[in-house]
Design a protein around this ligand. Structure first.
Ligand SMILES: Cc1cc2nc3c(=O)[nH]c(=O)nc-3n(C[C@H](O)[C@H](O)[C@H](O)COP(=O)(O)OP(=O)(O)OC[C@H]3O[C@@H](n4cnc5c(N)ncnc54)[C@H](O)[C@@H]3O)c2cc1C
Length: 415
């Protein structure tokens, strides 16, 4: 970036909003400049300026998952949301709030919990932001009781690549007219616009939470018990940890939450049916960590959606290929981690992609590669087979960001 361009951004953002730093390698590109707009107007002005000068940006929230997706097709600056922070409105009686995109979930949680509300978003990561979570449609174990991130969104304020600021939905549950654009932006990985702020619907804090663990010798029985537990009224988290071959027995992890009587009733059922033992309240944190740690130091992690009846067969195929898995039976989601034997193990990476994608197809679902080293991304699609929707995605990208200012190449189909 030239010194006159940097001067222009300093005019727009002030000295605090432009940081020059040592080269930072991220998502297959190198960055020496981070732009930090302090409000929505500044964000929009930066986007307009980037477009006018033919530049592209990688949008960064907490940065915990900024390397997910396909390899970037070149970007010039990091566009950070860490100065777009704060709970802008909080309606304690209604359980709705307007929160700036760069606010961390931890900050929002502290404010909501103090007023008796729970934030229905629980992906891993202490620095995870509201904007990054919605852009990545990231889930955590409590998605079983909260639903997917789009369900929490009542409205969004989004700055488009053109520099136009837009708003969809709002504080009232039923004020969406026409297309529900909030649902489109949620999960679009910053390819269509930068989320400035979000109206979220909160959930009441449960009266009681209890956690349980059970060792189950057989994977199919463990997955069946997980599905049965997921259907209990108080089910808040149900995860089945299925270690790699010869690495131990499956573990069923359950959290029940809600009114005290309902929780205790379901706890009695679980203990008598599956000989589960009460676990510490940190069980859910451990499950959440496991979701991101798969497959350990180096390797590939896939998130696979499957029809509920086919999850045991899906697991059997993944297991036979040496994968370690974590299943959320009530969400029909299985995370599979494949360790790679050495750096640049191309054959092993190809075998893992082939296994995950064919097993997902046989299970009536879809595999997304959530984590892969840069070399393994080359020539591959991280979002699985998107050929049927590719032309629609391309038209959307063309309509929203024709110059490719935002996260170029990163989204499904290399958009
Ligand atoms: C070590 C670790 C690994 C993780 N791995 C995974 C994982 O593999 N899968 C998973 O589901 N969760 C994972 N998570 C959970 C992670 O918390 C979520 O993915 C969350 O979305 C990341 O939020 P963030 O603020 O860090 O976003 P970032 O990582 O900064 O960004 C995530 C994506 O959203 C875009 N983005 C960020 N902010 C905005 C915005 N305001 N508007 C538009 N686009 C934006 C970015 O360009 C990027 O594409 C991981 C967390 C940790 C700590």
């Amino acid at each position: 970036m030239t010194s006159s361009e940097l001067a222009r951004y300093r005019d727009l953002l002030g000295d605090d909003g432009v940081e020059e730093h040592a080269a930072l390698a991220l998502a297959g590109a190198e960055f020496g400049v981070t732009l930090r707009p302090g409000d929505g107007a500044a964000l929009a002005a930066v986007l307009a300026q980037l477009g006018a000068s033919g530049r592209a940006a990688l949008v960064r929230g907490g940065g915990s998952r900024v390397e997910s997706g396909n390899a970037l097709r070149g970007a010039d600056v990091l566009l950070a949301t860490d100065r777009l922070t704060g709970v802008l409105e909080f309606e304690a009686a209604e359980g709705v709030c307007l929160v700036a995109a760069g606010t961390t979930l931890d900050e929002l949680r502290a404010i909501a919990n103090a007023a008796g509300w729970e934030v229905p978003l629980d992906p891993p990561g202490a620095r995870t932001t509201v904007g990054g979570t919605l852009a990545a449609a990231a889930i955590g174990p409590r998605a079983l009781c909260h639903g997917l991130p789009r369900r929490a969104v009542l409205g969004l304020e989004v700055a488009l690549a053109s520099g136009e600021r837009t708003r969809c939905g709002g504080r009232v549950v039923k004020n969406v007219t026409g297309f529900d654009m909030g649902k489109l932006y949620t999960g679009s990985f910053g390819a269509l616009g930068v989320i400035e702020s979000a109206w979220l619907r909160l959930h009441p804090l449960p009266q009681r939470r209890r956690c349980f663990e059970a060792r189950v010798s057989d994977p199919e029985v463990a997955l069946g018990s997980g599905l049965a537990a997921s259907r209990r009224d108080a089910a808040s988290v149900v995860a089945v940890r299925l270690p790699a071959p010869n690495a131990g027995a499956p573990t069923l992890c359950v959290e029940f939450a809600g009114d005290a009587r309902g929780v205790d009733r379901d706890a009695d059922w679980l203990c008598s049916e599956w000989r589960a033992e009460e676990a510490g309240v940190d069980l859910v944190d451990r499950v959440r960590e496991l979701q991101t740690e798969l497959p350990g130091e180096a390797g590939l992690r896939f998130r696979i959606a499957a029809l509920p009846s086919r999850v045991p067969a899906l697991h059997a195929r993944l297991h036979a290929a040496g994968a370690e898995t974590l299943a959320y039976p009530g969400l029909n989601v299985v995370y599979a981690g494949f360790r790679l034997p050495q750096r640049e193990a191309e054959d092993a990476a190809s075998a893992a992609f082939e296994c995950a994608e064919s097993a997902a197809a046989a299970a009536g679902g879809h595999a997304i590669c959530e984590r892969a080293p840069g070399w393994a991304k080359a020539g591959r699609e991280m979002f699985g087979d998107v050929s049927a929707q590719a032309h629609l995605f391309a038209k959307l990208k063309q309509g929203f960001d024709p110059q490719g200012v935002l996260n170029p190449g990163l989204f499904a189909g290399g958009l």
